[in-house]
Design a protein around this ligand. Structure first.
Ligand SMILES: C[S@@+](CC[C@H](N)C(=O)[O-])C[C@H]1O[C@@H](n2cnc3c(N)ncnc32)[C@H](O)[C@@H]1O
Length: 380
């Protein structure tokens, strides 16, 4: 066995970062995808696996925002200990002078309590190691680094992670344009799973905006891996990413492509704004899925036809304030959908107040900075 083979079979600890409130959905997803030692945890889901599993998670998880791997853990009660602990690890596998680097940190309950300072110390230690070995230093690039390092300092102990994802995983690559207040693709995927939709029965989003929910639903239903449209992930820019790794990624992408079923549930997306609907059509084409798009108001043409699931993200904030009657009118449309399940990602308490039935369940979620509630109703 070569040292590369050994490294490939090593069992590592991963951390799948996620949007607050979506932890349970991500935990279920990772278990369903066959990852090992998946544990429900606030703020992100730990799991174990090989490097191959980490790369597969980047391609297959619809809900994770980032996949990070733990590379070192050590006591760091002082800045000297932090610097020395980082220097102990051999960074040459990931960072050469050709790679650009970004480091971020968070600190809790530690003597080092300034995250910017901790990140700077870690960056210095990595750069100094590379420079001593090669006489050249990697540059820092905060916007688009080849290698992203994340340090978590808690109670004077440092845990050092490398980010496999690169750009956050909600950037699937299909959304070239967006309407007002688009949902992150990862949040859309999480609420679809939280709604318990079966991926086969009809699904509609009657206020689809740029189409995120409908596109994510179609990709999930047809088993299209969400990372297949991404040009590359963070780990594909690391120093060790060679031809053997590239071949194995090609094989993995090929296998996931052939796993796509070509069959998709009946999904309908509508919006009252023709311009925004055109963006949704463009995004769906880029994603390779074909929901039916219709320009209409949910108030004038309420959903009809086969009983199914309605999942939507109605307007809130400034737009809702302009029309205080909207939540009441929408409430009366929804309560007439007998036999349907309806899930609303509500960014305003008006929706809970104005829908005249009790939600079957609700989940508090963050949509960007906005506190939202995902309200799920079974309409009798
Ligand atoms: C918060 S945005 C939805 C964003 C969407 N989830 C996305 O990812 O882009 C709300 C959408 O509701 C639409 N809308 C507002 N009133 C409507 C109505 N009466 N009927 C249908 N759509 C409506 C708006 O045009 C807007 O696109």
């Amino acid at each position: 066995m070569t040292s590369t083979d050994t490294a490939e079979t090593e069992i590592l600890e991963f951390h799948a970062a996620t949007i607050p409130g979506t932890e349970k959905a991500l935990c279920d997803e990772l278990r369903e995808l066959g990852f090992a030692s998946v544990r429900l945890n606030r703020g992100g889901i730990p799991f174990r696996g090989t490097w191959h599993d980490g790369r597969r998670a980047c391609l297959q998880s619809r809900i994770a925002q980032r996949i990070q791997v733990l590379v070192n853990r050590f006591p760091a009660p002082t800045q000297e200990a932090l610097y020395a602990g980082i220097r102990q690890f051999d960074w040459s596998r990931f960072v050469s002078y050709r790679q650009t680097l970004a480091v971020s940190a968070v600190c809790h309950g530690s003597a080092i309590n300034h995250s910017g300072f901790a990140a700077l110390k870690v960056k210095d230690a990595i750069v100094d190691q590379v420079r001593e070995r090669t006489q050249r230093r990697p540059d820092v690039d905060r916007e688009d680094a080849d290698v992203r390092v994340f340090v978590h300092l808690a109670n004077d102990k440092a845990a050092v992670y490398l980010d496999l994802s690169g750009e956050p995983l909600h950037r699937r690559g299909y959304r070239k344009t967006a309407g007002e207040a688009p949902l992150r693709e990862t949040l859309a995927a999480a609420i679809l799973r939280l709604s318990q939709w079966d991926r086969q029965s009809p699904l509609i989003d009657p206020m689809c905006g740029s189409g995120t929910l409908a596109i994510e639903a179609a990709m999930w239903s047809a088993n299209i891996a969400p990372g297949l449209l991404r040009e590359r992930f963070g780990f594909e820019r690391w120093a060790d990413f060679d031809d053997t790794h590239a071949d194995s990624m090609r094989a993995l992408r090929g296998r996931l492509r052939s796993d796509a079923s070509g069959q998709c549930a009946r999904i309908t997306a509508s919006d009252c704004d023709e311009e925004v609907l055109e963006l949704a059509r463009t995004n769906a084409r880029a994603a390779g899925v074909k929901p039916a798009f219709k320009c209409r108001s949910v108030l004038d043409t309420p959903p009809s036809g086969d009983i199914g699931t309605l999942i939507t993200n109605p307007p809130y904030g400034v737009r809702l304030d302009k029309d205080p009657l909207f939540s009441r009118q929408l409430g009366s449309v929804i309560t007439r959908l007998h036999g349907w399940r309806a899930g609303l990602l509500a960014g305003s308490p008006d929706y809970r107040r104005d829908i005249a039935c009790k939600p079957r369940f609700s989940v508090p979620l963050k949509n960007g900075d906005l506190d939202c509630e995902f309200l799920v109703y079974d309409i009798e």
